[in-house]
Design a binder for this molecule. Sequence first.
Ligand SMILES: [Zn+2]
Length: 89
Amino acid sequence: MENPCCICLREIDVEINGWSEGHNAEPIEKGRCCSECNTRLVVPERLHRLILKSASDLQLRILSETGRHIPLFDITGKEVQSEGPSLSV
Ligand SMILES: [Zn+2]
């Protein structure tokens, strides 16, 4: 195989515009991936990280301005891995 996707290992597809080099697979893998993996895995993971990043930035801002610790869960509405014990019971 000339140009395998670094995630699913299938041949990277040639796009309508003739581009055959695939997509940057980070942060899932280092290398190039096919359009399907890009759409189904890489882009959602990037968005997920972006949301978590902006949520944790907001969390820090609230903490610095009010002294209140808001769990990320309350900001994103999604369960996230918390570091250390949660303060809310
Ligand atoms: Zn793939």
